[in-house]
Design a protein around this ligand. Sequence first.
Ligand SMILES: Cc1ncc(COP(=O)(O)O)c(C=O)c1O
Length: 394
Amino acid sequence: MLSPSARPAIERLPASRIREVANAGLGRSDVLPFWFGEGDETTPAFIRDAAIAALAAGDCFYGHNLGLAELRAALAAYLNRLRAPRVALGPERIAVTSAGVNALMLAAQALLSPGDRVAVVTPVWPNLTAIPEILGAQVLRVPLSNCDGAWSLDLDRLLDAATPATRMVLVNSPNNPTGWTMPQPQWDALLAHCRRHGIWLVSDDTYERIAFDTADGLAPGVLGQVEADDRVVSANTFSKAWSMTGWRLGWLVAPAPLIEQIGKLIEFNTSCAPPFVQKAAAVALEQGEPWVAHVQARLRTARAALLAQLADLPGVIAAPPAGAMYLFLRIAGASDDSLACAKALVREAGLGLAPGVAFGPEGEGWLRWCFASTPQRLADGAARLAGYLQRQRQ
Ligand SMILES: Cc1ncc(COP(=O)(O)O)c(C=O)c1O
């Protein structure tokens, strides 16, 4: 009998290492979880109310593949405000997707053929490398460098990897899990390089509104420099800046001809994002700036609080992340095997962190702590880590 297995590219996909740690804490109510990448606040009422009103009005039918006209227009206006691109963005360059991960999958489905070469800056959220692999593309990892906990990119390393035979360069900045944020001159040089060689540049902008070194919290990015027909794609989501992880809504910006093709792909993937969710998202864009500012301020406070708590812990190496909502830390003598360490922390300290190896071999030896939480809970978590380390030394 033929074995009932999936195709090899799927069989090869690793199971989530974060889930593996979380499963070790299943059924334990005393574990403080900082392992998943989401905040602990509910979506604000004005967004929830907009969805409720849309449902009450009977907004429960199929919509256009590329999204509601009103949301695409609101996204274009939002992005023109945010990035002031050289060429103003129109709705024809926008597709509404079922969250950020679906935006990334659609971009990859539209652009990658089996065997295509994709250069990805790592360590990174595992979906970014898994998606090209699912499609049979060949992933080339370009590691960030680390110095005393601070991460940086040797741009030449990325440009060398992005040969003319490369189909796509994939950058996530601010980066999950390290918080590394690509400076504007690197974006500009990378764009010039990709233009020169006809390489698609895909920017995962999930955390672009969460940068700690700029006054307005906006990270440097590529979208402001992009011409209408540049081979550049931006994938984005409502999940983080508007606290809407469970709503599953995101978007893509790409050249209009590519968006047209992506419309076809959306038909075969999800057909459309839920219209009542899209109505709520339009309200999030129109009225949500105070909430985004609240999320930014809260994360800024949380980051400082956690860093202060960990500063005196012996062996803990961590540098302030420039963006996103994670502290990537190392514990000398304890976290070399990050999966074993994360499981031990759950078991013996009731502290739930993500193992760095979940983000690729470059993350091995590190632990990711999502600090989208209250200073009190973070202090509680830090005290558990301190207690664990002390017991280890005895
Ligand atoms: C780097 C990165 N990209 C994309 C996403 C996708 O988010 P969502 O699918 O919730 O929109 C995440 C979520 O954690 C992420 O960390």
